[in-house]
Design a protein around this ligand. Structure first.
Ligand SMILES: [Zn+2]
Length: 120
């Protein structure tokens, strides 16, 4: 499959696929004409790259997790998990703040200890 078709299937721009190739994340074969030729397996790999990007991984991190035996794989996953858990804590705190503000009985937020203690 040519790069334009692969890009459309994956939902990224062709230049993104060329960048992934430069970074060694998904390296397509070449047709006899010299054009990039993406196999089904490489397309699956592209979809996995998108999933990994969706959880905030960089291409270097993705390269490290694609193969089970890759050095540093566990550390990359642990760091992502820890970042996601920190985001969850932060979102929980933001939600709690907003729920309080909605019900707050103080005329001015600055006069409310609970409103004032939220640090984002
Ligand atoms: Zn308040």
């Amino acid at each position: 499959m040519k790069i334009g078709e692969a890009a459309a299937q994956i939902g990224v721009a062709a230049h993104a696929l060329r960048h992934w190739e430069d970074e060694g994340v998904v390296v397509p074969g070449r047709a006899p004409s010299g054009h990039r030729d993406y196999s089904d397996e490489q397309l699956s790999r592209c979809r996995i790259v998108r999933s990994c990007q969706g959880v905030g991984m960089s291409l270097a991190e993705i390269r490290a997790v694609l193969h089970r035996g890759e050095e540093g794989r566990a550390a990359v996953i642990a760091a992502r998990l820890s970042a996601i858990r920190a985001q969850r804590t932060s979102l929980d705190s933001a939600e709690k703040f907003l729920l309080h503000v909605r019900e707050c009985r103080h005329d001015l937020m600055t006069r409310c200890p609970e409103c004032s203690e939220y640090a984002g």
